[in-house]
Design a protein around this ligand. Structure first.
Ligand SMILES: [Zn+2]
Length: 294
């Protein structure tokens, strides 16, 4: 199943009311039992409010409560469209692009972009299982390219990102202070199941992976050994290359402060790639904290 096209999007979500109804149905369902009277007697939209009323007892449900739309004055259709752009783009969406597409101020677009990225991270994290099978682990350096105001000679701060990628599965990336064992190992133990086959480069930090219960093989990139057999980190290197190209083409540069959000955004898309058509509905209607309370 493919993602919606822009035309399909506007046909499906022509106005505010349709968006609210969608949110309500996705989160509560039309025949959802009323939490107050416990009957399934249908729900009716309340005029001029983002709320529905129980047909039996008149209990109100506000579908936006607990979502990132709750406190926003921006209308739902714009939010939906912004989220659609995030799920349909391969390289991410810049604040400038959002500003142009939505017709909002740059400040508003910037804030929406970051809220959507945070939400993507949340949705990705709840759906993420421990990596297993054959996992590639590698680090890369991001940043260090010159600033937008070219000619200033200023460089962004560089930072190290480690990645753990299950072959044909999910990826997890983390910003780490350095490539030392004590910086990398806790993330591996937290995200990769013991007993998994793990391929890394020859970095000293990984040498004790066998002792930690993994089936470990290091490949030496300088030695062309990486091309031999199943032990390579090509999948993760492919991921790094798309990530870096996207950051450069979409955002020019990202600050270390906001970098985790961009990394999460890319993770979300990678980890949902096999179910592209579900990305949008999941992003719109998945609110883990709220669901936990039930
Ligand atoms: Zn009721």
């Amino acid at each position: 199943m493919k993602q919606m096209t822009v035309q399909q999007f506007f046909k499906r979500f022509p106005d505010e009311e349709t968006c609210l109804k969608y949110l309500f149905d996705r989160r509560f369902g039309f025949n959802h039992e009323c939490p107050k009277c416990e009957k399934q007697s249908g729900w009716y939209k309340i005029q001029a409010e983002r709320a529905y009323s129980c047909g039996n007892c008149g209990h109100h449900i506000h579908p936006t409560v607990g979502t990132l739309f709750e406190k926003s004055r921006t209308n739902l259709q714009l939010w939906f469209y912004a989220m659609y752009l995030f799920t349909s783009s391969r390289h991410g969406v810049s604040a400038k692009e959002l500003q142009r597409q939505l017709g909002v101020t740059y400040k508003c677009a910037w804030r929406m972009g970051h809220q959507i990225r945070e939400h993507m991270a949340l949705v990705d994290n709840v759906n993420l299982d421990t990596l297993t099978g054959h996992v590639e682990i590698d680090e890369t350096v991001i940043g260090g390219v010159s600033n937008k105001g070219q000619g200033t000679g200023k460089l962004d701060k560089k930072f190290v990102v480690m990645g753990m990628l299950e072959r044909n599965g999910d990826v997890v990336t983390k910003i780490v202070p350095d490539s030392k064992k004590k910086s990398l190992m806790p993330h591996i133990k937290e995200n990769v199941e013991e007993g998994s086959v793990v391929t890394t480069d020859g970095l000293a930090a990984y040498r004790s992976l066998d002792d930690e219960g993994y089936d470990h093989l290091a490949v030496d990139h300088s030695d062309y050994e990486w091309a031999v057999g199943k032990h390579h980190t090509n999948s993760l290197e492919g991921y790094w290359s798309i990530l870096k190209r996207s950051i450069t083409s979409t955002h020019m540069h990202i600050s270390e402060k906001h970098a985790p959000k961009y990394l999460d955004e890319f993770e979300f898309r990678h980890n949902h790639r096999k179910h592209g058509h579900l990305m949008f509905p999941q992003l719109i209607s998945n609110y883990p904290e709220q669901d936990d309370e039930k």
